[in-house]
Design a protein around this ligand. Structure first.
Ligand SMILES: Cc1ncc(COP(=O)(O)O)c(C=O)c1O
Length: 369
């Protein structure tokens, strides 16, 4: 018997799995002995990050012996200015992952129900489960959130709703009118979290600008991140806009120094480089179209994506295709892990990476048969 059997974890933790991230490049190199690896698995920015962020990080490195400012006030104020919201409405997190955790920590009581799409970003479910809340999932329709189904799922126990827009892993958005009507209809005592991690990549005009709705909807919470288009995934900076009284509650449950100095400095500097963001947005849109068209040419469909990734629908298991691609040095995400077994999710890379993927995909669809 293990001595620790007498110290069991809380029952909420027992059934939880450990988050499985996209396979790291170093691991694949080691395992397969391949030199050239392309990682198109974690929706990172293949074009790096702004030079302004690099300079800011280098400048900040000498201050590492002192703690950062716990609430990242300079960054929060800059975000507020950038977006035209009050600085009291902004909270900075250790990635938007942390903000999802803080929301769950502060608001979810055992037996509270939380509505989300099936399939969507898995951290919502995990954090709700940790707090003992009940996850209520509403299936996507053609890869898109079923907002009327989500409204119907509301009952007296509902405490929170997540809408991921664009949705990870399908990349789809909900229409402008449908989302604004949904925001109007969600009762004001239910927190409505709209996760816009991929906001900057959206090119479809039918995308709702949610920030102006904050004022009239104190239950609305908008999450964004520096991990995607700003290319700062390793630094862990996300941010949320919400009613100042919600910010105050989240401050109570966050770690005192949740974002570090280098990350705060880099994020601040990134906001000054609109050119970098615009350039990445354009290249991503080109890459996204290229991938969708090439995949279609090969006879496969993908969900219409507005993010920096596409989800390809296969006629066989995503796990098999993932393995066949891995052998060729291309790391993608199997839909098996994401709740869509017959799919793979591919991040949009550089033109070279996208072409390498299409070549390898052709080959994989032969070898994995
Ligand atoms: C929809 C969505 N939300 C949030 C996150 C978390 O991002 P981060 O914690 O890096 O800000 C991700 C990361 O992939 C995501 O896809």
């Amino acid at each position: 018997m293990n001595l620790l059997d007498k110290i069991p974890t809380r029952k909420e933790i027992e059934s939880l799995g450990v988050y499985v991230p996209g396979k790291p490049i170093e691991e694949v190199k080691r395992e397969l002995g391949l030199e050239k690896i392309y990682k198109l698995a974690s929706n990172e920015n293949p074009f790096g990050f702004s030079d302004l962020a690099r300079d800011a990080m280098i400048r900040e490195v000498n201050t590492t012996n002192s703690y950062p400012e716990g609430t990242a006030p300079v960054l929060a104020e800059k975000i507020a200015l950038h977006l035209g919201v009050a600085k009291e409405s902004v909270i900075v997190g250790n990635g938007s992952d942390e903000l999802i955790r803080l929301l769950s920590r502060a608001y979810i009581r055992p037996e509270d129900e939380v509505i989300m799409a099936d399939v969507t970003f898995p951290r919502y479910e995990t954090n709700i489960q940790i707090e003992g809340g009940k996850v209520v999932t509403v299936p996507l329709v053609d890869g898109v959130h079923d907002l009327s189904g989500m409204l119907e799922a509301i009952n007296d126990q509902t405490r929170m709703i997540f809408v991921c827009n664009p949705n990870n892993p399908t990349g789809t958005i909900v229409g402008r009118v449908a989302l604004s009507e949904f925001i109007e209809k969600v009762p004001p005592h239910i927190l409505l979290v709209v996760d816009e991690a991929y906001y900057e990549y959206v090119t479809d005009e039918d995308y709702l600008q949610t920030l102006p709705m904050l004022e009239d909807h104190p239950n609305l919470i908008i999450l964004r991140t520096f991990s995607k288009i700003y290319g700062l995934a390793a630094l862990r900076v996300g941010y949320g806009m919400m009613h100042p009284s919600i910010v105050k509650e989240l401050m109570k449950v966050k770690e005192p120094f949740n974002t570090n100095r280098i990350a705060q400095a880099a994020a601040c500097a990134s906001l000054d480089d609109a050119g970098f963001v615009e350039d990445c947005k354009q290249k991503n849109a080109e890459g996204r179209t290229y991938l969708a068209e090439e995949v279609a040419r090969l006879g496969y469909s993908s969900f219409p994506s507005q993010g920096n990734f596409i989800m390809i629908q296969l006629d066989r298991s995503g796990d098999e295709v993932f393995q066949a691609l891995l052998k060729q040095g291309i790391i993608v995400r199997s839909g098996g892990l994401l709740g869509y077994p017959q799919t793979i999710r591919v991040s949009v890379g550089t033109p070279e990476e996208n072409q390498a993927f299409i070549q390898a995909f052709k080959e994989a669809m032969v070898t994995s048969q």
